[in-house]
Write a protein that binds this ligand. Sequence first.
Ligand code: UDP
Ligand code: MG
Length: 313
Amino acid sequence: MKNTDISVIIPLYNESESLQELHDQICEVMNKNDFSFEIIFVDDGSNDDSWKVIEQISSKNKSVRGIRFQRNYGKSAALNEGFNKANGNVVITMDGDLQDDPDEIPELYKMITEENFDLVSGWKKKRYDPLSKRIPTKLFNFITRLVTGIKLNDFNCGLKAYKYKVVKSIEVYGEMHRYIPVIAKWAGFYKIGEKVVKHRPRKHGKTKFGFERFINGFLDLISITFVTRFGRKPMHLFGMLGSLLFFAGFMIALYLAYAKFFLFEYKMTDRPLFYFGILAMILGTQLFVAGFLGELISRNSQDRNKYLIDKTI
Ligand code: UDP
Ligand code: MG
């Protein structure tokens, strides 16, 4: 068991006006519930006064730590760095803009420690965001549920709680913070819960994500699905598709040859099917080669025999 009950990780980019208030609210909740805790502010290369505010806060409170990136790397990077540095039994992430409510912390903590969840994700059932964001978000969550089979209503809530072991076992990169429950599940942490949380309107500053979030989100979903399912065995996907395609092309060629010699006389190039057949054989071969190359790359990767061990005796 660790000595610290809770680590609160706060990724932030230009949120100077909110940080002091957020800190005060968190401390109040922690002290009321007698938790030992640390707050880790991860300043994602802000160009406002955020870092100065963090320095001030931490000079007065020993439980406050800060990490500052040289430049803006994105929320996923900030979370990942926070995960690496966290010491608490339970790790809680929340946004730095006061939209998440620290009052939810005790209940989240209880769900991890007593109900034994690996991960609990907040659900902003009643959202205080503009409609232009709420509607695409609904679609986004619907598709993610469909593709991943994880029954969460709100994948991208900044407020989440994790077991210590979970954050030390997963890696969040690129823009993958939207899919942390997916990453966790595929790493073998199946007990994923959800809690309705209070959401608040943004008080200061403005949102850091524009409409491109949805397009990037879906691209990321495709890559993460591909990488987890076929990353270690690319041949199973490409090889299968390639073989099927090649086989279809070959059968077409066979049929055309048979028809020409035994059924009726015609010019090969007059038959559209001829081009189909050739195309299918060429594409099939290429897919097959792609699978083969993928296989060579994954055989040579350093992670090819990296597994997460749950227990040993
Ligand atoms: N954030 C970050 N790096 C970035 C963009 C955002 O650390 O490059 C932080 C941001 O400061 C906030 C959290 O991620 O604490 C969520 O961002 P935001 O509130 O803009 O997202 P929204 O609530 O609009 O989804
Ligand atoms: Mg926000």
